[in-house]
Design a protein around this ligand. Structure first.
Ligand code: CA
Length: 337
């Protein structure tokens, strides 16, 4: 057939929910995964759809990284409690998007080592992780007007609880994204700079013109009562902001930070034992020591000192007590008026 090779491959994922049907549906994205313990087996990714007539669509995702728990807790809870009557339009919920990673309590997939949020836009004929990314990018994102991807720091990072969006070339789109961040009403809000924006769900959604926001709501491979409450309030606030849920946005004071340059990130150049010299939320000055790294092979050696390159606030930090060369040690946000 002429041109047949140019026809886009269809996704191997089959949804057990009908995205066009009104009402509440709990189902799966079924992704074929042939393996030793199940020859014709599948990965069953939980999905919920709540739809009522026409209106905007929100795509809410958690578990993009499998060791971050505020998103899964808030979205399993929202999926269980949201009724079609209170919705105008549609809410699509993926509480544990990289489901194999989530089940393993890992950032990346135990099947293929895939980091879902470095795999976008994905491939329909790629690895398991790339197939999930491809389905989200080509099937779910086009349906969505607004996308909220809930992250926290996972096992190796910890953050002040913030919602965030990126500086974008399209200033009208950027304004919509920051308005959604404001509506989320986390205690902190960020104009977020990425270390490397390639492969992110964020970038894929933004390039499609979507209103996109994300969060970092804590970390350390667990979730706290405080950060879960922020996530739970935030998802409903964002749905109210989108006009999908009725009612007033439950606004809370938020403190805005900027990330004006790569100087916001401090990376360790040594391996060793880390001594935090500033905690999350601490004001730091340019030149101030924020951490020391002790060599651990022998006694008697001086620690390396790491300094902030900016005046600002410590918004993120390395979580485990030992650090390796190349690890992100600290993230400094500058205070916006
Ligand atoms: Ca993350």
């Amino acid at each position: 057939m002429p041109g047949a090779s140019k026809v886009a491959l269809s996704s191997p994922i089959a949804a057990t929910v009908d995205f066009e049907r009104d009402g509440v549906q709990h189902g799966f994205l079924r992704l074929p995964h042939s393996r030793d313990d199940s020859a014709w087996g599948s990965v069953m990714i939980p999905i919920a759809v709540v739809k009522n007539g026409s209106g905007p669509t929100a795509l809410l995702t958690g578990g993009n990284h499998g060791d971050e728990y505020e998103g899964p807790v808030a979205l399993f809870d929202l999926a269980r409690s949201l009724t079609a009557e209170e919705v105008r339009g549609r809410v699509i919920m993926l509480p544990a998007m990289n489901y194999p990673a989530f089940r393993a309590g890992r950032r990346t997939s135990p099947i293929d080592g895939g980091n879902l949020n470095r795999s976008f836009p994905g491939r329909p004929d790629g690895t398991i992780t790339e197939k999930i990314a491809d389905y989200v990018a080509r099937t779910l994102l086009p349906m969505a007007d607004l996308v909220l991807d809930i992250h926290s720091g996972g096992k190796t990072l910890d953050f002040l609880p913030y919602a965030a969006a990126h500086v974008l070339p399209d200033k009208a789109q950027e304004q919509h994204c920051f308005a959604a961040v404001e509506a989320f009403s986390a205690p902190y809000s960020l104009r977020m700079l990425e270390i490397d924006a390639r492969g992110l769900l964020d970038t894929t959604a933004e390039e499609m013109g979507k209103v996109f926001l994300t969060t970092e709501l804590g970390g350390g491979g667990t979730a706290r009562a405080e950060t879960v409450a922020i996530a739970r309030r935030g998802v409903r606030n964002v749905l109210r902001h989108a006009g999908i849920l009725r009612g007033e946005i439950e606004r809370r004071p938020t403190r805005w930070f900027d990330m004006p340059s790569g100087d916001c990130f401090v990376f360790s150049e040594e391996a060793g034992l880390i001594e935090a010299c500033a905690d999350l939320g601490a004001a730091v000055r340019a030149g101030e020591v924020i951490a020391r790294v002790y060599p651990i092979g022998r006694t008697g050696l001086a620690p390396w000192e790491y300094r902030s390159r900016l005046d600002g606030v410590l918004v993120g930090r390395h979580f485990p007590g030992l650090i390796q060369a190349g690890d992100c040690m600290a993230v400094i946000g500058t205070v916006l008026p």
